[in-house]
Design a protein. Structure first.
Length: 436
C-alpha cells in the first residue's frame, strides 16, 4: 500500500534533517544528502539498515547492522570482517582510525575493492563495540569517480556516529510518551469539533525528480459524523444509531506508471469519538490499469475500555487485493495511543510542545502489521521534526503562524503540501497524467 504515514524518532537535535536515529540499532549518525532508506530493521527478518543516495544514478550506499559472537579485540574483528566480506580487497587506502563513540571504542578503515560491472569501488568500514560480544558495523561503498565531495560526506557521516545509551533513551521515551498521554487527556469535544470544516487540496511530489515529479494529489477533509458513516463492511448504510465523532477523510490518486496507465486510488476514512475512546477506520487502495482492478483493504475497530478489557482493544483486518490474502490482528492500546484521525491534525488542536513528545500509533508503512512509536520534536513554533518507529530519518512538518499544518517533507525529499485545485490540475495536465 502507498503510505502517508509520518516518518518520526527519540531525541531532539539542532539540525536533524539527515540525522538517522535508531533505538533498535543503538546508533545515531548524520547521513549524506538525498539519503533513501531501502530496508529498516525488522523488515524481511533482518536487523539491517540499507541506505543509498536517492538519485537516478546513486553514487554511494550504506549498510548498518548488528553483529554477534564477534572477537572483543576490534582489530581482530575488523580483520575477520574484511576476510569474510571483502577477500579481494586490494589493500587499505588508510590505516585503521581509532575513534571514541560516546565512551565506546571503534575502528574505521577505507579499502579498495574490485566489483563486477562497476570496476574498483571504495569501501569504508566502521566497527564499534557494544559489549558482550556484540559489535555494530557500518559499511559505506562509493565509486572513485564520485568525487571528493562524496568522500568528504561519507567521512563526516562516520565522524558523526554516536552510540546511544539504550537505558537513557528508554527513560527519555517514557517521559515523552507520558507527555503525549497528558496532551490527549487535555483534549475535549470542543477541541475536536473545531477541526470540522477543514478541507485541504493535497499535492505530493518530488522536487528533485528529473521529470514532472508528480506522485499523488487529493483531498483531506474533517467533518462531524456518526461512526457508521465509514464503510467498514459494505456500502449499505445501517439504521442503527451510532455516536457522533470526528471523521477525517483523505482521498488520493497516486501515479504508478503513467505510460501503462496504472494508478492507485487510496481512500482513508478515520473516525474517532469525542472522548477518544472509540475509533474506526477504513483504508482502501484500488489499483487501476485499464479495465483491471485490485482492491486492498484495511479495517480498524477500537472498542472502549470494559470490565474484561480495562484498556480496550483494537481489531485490525487486512485483505490484499491481488492475492486475496486476509489476516486479522488484535492489540491493546496504551494511554498514549494517538487516534488515526488525529495523525495529521493533532497540532491543529494543541500548541507546540515545549518538550519532546511521543505516542503509540498504528504503522501502515510496513507489510507486517505492527504498532510503532511516533516522536515529535519542535525546532520552533512553526517547524517540527517527526520520526516513526523503524523509519530512522525524520519528516519535517511546517505550520502557519496560527499553528495549522501545511507541509511535510519526507526523508527521501518527497513533499506533501496544502495547495489549491488549480495548481494540481495544471501540474497533472502538463505532465500528461490522468485526473480522476
Amino acid at each position: 500500500m502507498h503510505t502517508l504515514a509520518l516518518l518520526l524518532t527519540t531525541c531532539l537535535l539542532s539540525s536533524p534533517g539527515n540525522r538517522l536515529v535508531s533505538r533498535e540499532m543503538g546508533i545515531a549518525m548524520d547521513l549524506p544528502d538525498h539519503a533513501t532508506i531501502l530496508q529498516r530493521p525488522g523488515e524481511v527478518g533482518e536487523s539491517v539498515f540499507l541506505i543509498r543516495e536517492g538519485r537516478t544514478t546513486p553514487q554511494w550506499s550504506v549498510r548498518i547492522e548488528s553483529l554477534s559472537n564477534m572477537p572483543e579485540d576490534l582489530k581482530t574483528c575488523l580483520a575477520d570482517i574484511i576476510t569474510e566480506r571483502a577477500p579481494d580487497a586490494q589493500g587499505p587506502t588508510l590505516e585503521p582510525i581509532q575513534l571514541d563513540l560516546e565512551g565506546q571504542p571503534a575502528l574505521m578503515q577505507w579499502l579498495k575493492r574490485p566489483m563486477p560491472q562497476r570496476g574498483t569501488v571504495l569501501m569504508g568500514l566502521l566497527v564499534a563495540s557494544r559489549g558482550h560480544g556484540h559489535n555494530l558495523l557500518v559499511t559505506a561503498i562509493t565509486v572513485p569517480d564520485a568525487g571528493q565531495n562524496v568522500l568528504d560526506a561519507l567521512d563526516r557521516m562516520f565522524a558523526s556516529a554516536r552510540l546511544l545509551d539504550r537505558e537513557a533513551a528508554q527513560t527519555h521515551l517514557i517521559h515523552a510518551m507520558t507527555r503525549g498521554e497528558q496532551l490527549l487527556r487535555s483534549l475535549n469535544d470542543k477541541d475536536l469539533k473545531n477541526l470540522a470544516g477543514r478541507r485541504e487540496i493535497l499535492r505530493i511530489y518530488d522536487p528533485n525528480a528529473e521529470g514532472h515529479g508528480e506522485i499523488a494529489y487529493g483531498t483531506l477533509e474533517a467533518t462531524i459524523a456518526p461512526r457508521n458513516a465509514i464503510e467498514t463492511h459494505s456500502r449499505q448504510a445501517t439504521a442503527v444509531e451510532t455516536p457522533e465523532g470526528l471523521l477525517v477523510t483523505t482521498h488520493l490518486r497516486f501515479v504508478d506508471d503513467a505510460e501503462a496507465g496504472r494508478y492507485t486510488d487510496r481512500l482513508q476514512q478515520c473516525w474517532v469519538s469525542f472522548d477518544l475512546l472509540e475509533e474506526a477506520w477504513v483504508d482502501r487502495s484500488t489499483v487501476r490499469e485499464g479495465d483491471l482492478r485490485h482492491v486492498s483493504t484495511e479495517i480498524g475497530l477500537r472498542e472502549p475500555p470494559s470490565t474484561s478489557l480495562p484498556k480496550g482493544q483494537i481489531l485490525v483486518v487486512r485483505q490484499e487485493g491481488a492475492s486475496g490474502i486476509r489476516d486479522t490482528n488484535t492489540l491493546i492500546p496504551e494511554g498514549s495511543w494517538l487516534p488515526r484521525a488525529l495523525r495529521w491534525l493533532i497540532w491543529d488542536v494543541a500548541e507546540a510542545a515545549p518538550s519532546d513528545i511521543a505516542w503509540q500509533t498504528w504503522d501502515d508503512s510496513t507489510v507486517i502489521p505492527r504498532t510503532t512509536i511516533r516522536f515529535d520534536a519542535w525546532q520552533n513554533p512553526r517547524r517540527c521534526w517527526s520520526w516513526s518507529g523503524l523509519a530512522g530519518l525524520p519528516t519535517a512538518l511546517s505550520f502557519t503562524p496560527g499553528g495549522m499544518w501545511t507541509r511535510a517533507t519526507l526523508p527521501n525529499g518527497t513533499v506533501i503540501e496544502c495547495t489549491d485545485e488549480q495548481t494540481v490540475t495544471a501540474r497533472w495536465k502538463a505532465a500528461g497524467l490522468s485526473l480522476r
